[in-house]
Design a protein around this ligand. Sequence first.
Ligand code: FE
Length: 186
Amino acid sequence: MTITEEIQTIFARRGSSAYFGEGVSVTEHALQAARLAQIAAAPTALVVAALLHDIGHLLADVPDDLEEWREDARHEETGGRWLAARFPPPVAEPVRLHVPAKRFLCATDPEYFLKLSPASVVTLKLQGGPMTPSEVDRFRAEPYHRQAVQVRLWDDQAKVAGLITPDIAGYGAQIEALHGELEKLI
Ligand code: FE
């Protein structure tokens, strides 16, 4: 199985479930985030990071109903680890940091919090709320923190019900090339 087929299988298994409290499925949400990255002329690694930013939701057994969440499921760490074993840091790191990026933006951009969807406000509490000043400093020291913020902003916009986007196969060449880059590194 190629890495693209592996990803397609993961999305086919659970991606049709609703994206927590929003009007799109997890798969639609991922495809919209990738499309927004493409429209912004982002580097390939960041387009693939946007596409796969929530893969941790599909790997772990997270309850579909937001109300059932007793604690944050830490999907960014599950996803970041899964990606780090298959892709170079420019893909895996923005994914690992995309939830901290939300907490960072809430602490540093007063406009940002006001634009969050109701479901995103609920998960913010589970995720630890806005960052403290020392957390902000630590986040800024992360080499991929800017890329994580970009993924986060596309993530927030990728919730348009009924929007038509290219499917995962449309990113196959980029996915395979980036996967090949990691294999060259090891
Ligand atoms: Fe997301």
